[in-house]
Design a protein around this ligand. Structure first.
Ligand code: 5GP
Length: 211
């Protein structure tokens, strides 16, 4: 447990959700936020072009490569990574301020970025969302219809690499059905909030109040 947490017992929980492209991270995240009002989604910056229906500032902050590099140089990103030819990164100040305000923050990021977060926030909770099978994953990416044939091949080979990183995560959740996956993640969050290490600082503060 970091000293930060000891000083701030009411700090929110940082949750990192990873999983191969097409596994349904976005859908599960949205469903989670609908049932958990204390859970805040961190909007990432990316150099990827917006997909149909994506809104700047809601789905991503869409940036040019130059703007993204400037964000890196100004230390505005908590982590960043290159994924299938584009840059993706988590704006730092939003995450830090939201956690300090006592709200839980969920980062929906790929594995290289998750590993960087693990080095900085050992107390964060790392969840890997798995497809029911690789064949099912390929079907989902194809039926989404947003990727070229080349992008599908790259996303599938990246998915296989990502599955090899599962041992870096605390929990693995199969996304067979959104509601079921969502319920499993909620159960994890409830349990994580009850961890002794997270509750002890509060008790420590109580002790100080009565002396
Ligand atoms: P997509 O292009 O499908 O929206 O995202 C591609 C991958 O980038 C997904 O695995 C997604 O979770 C990941 N990603 C999105 N935002 C971030 C971020 O801020 N940092 C990192 N490292 N990965 C991200």
């Amino acid at each position: 447990m970091t000293s930060d947490l000891r000083q701030q017992p009411d700090r929110g929980l940082l949750i990192v959700l990873s999983g191969p492209s097409g596994v349904g991270k976005g859908t599960v995240c949205k469903a989670l936020r609908e049932v958990d009002y204390n859970l805040v989604y961190s909007v990432s910056a990316t150099t990827r072009a917006p997909r149909a229906g994506e809104i700047d500032g809601v789905n991503y902050f869409f940036k040019t490569k130059e703007q993204f590099i400037e964000m890196i140089e100004q230390n505005q990103l908590l982590e960043w990574a290159e994924y299938v030819g584009n840059y993706y990164g988590t704006p730092r100040s939003f995450v830090e301020e939201t956690l300090a305000a006592g709200q839980d923050v969920i980062l929906e990021i790929e594995v290289q970025g998750a590993l960087k977060v693990r080095q900085k926030f050992a107390e964060a909770v790392f969840i890997f969302l798995m497809p029911p099978s690789l064949v099912e994953l390929q079907n989902r990416i194809q039926t989404r219809g947003t990727d070229s044939a080349e992008s599908i091949v790259r996303r599938m080979s990246t998915a296989i690499e990502e599955l090899r990183m599962i041992e870096q995560y605390d929990y693995c959740v199969v996304n067979d059905q959104v509601e079921a996956a969502c319920a499993r993640i909620q159960a994890i969050l409830v349990a994580e909030h009850c961890r002794r290490e997270r509750v002890l600082p509060k008790i420590h503060n109580w002790m100080e109040e009565v002396h």
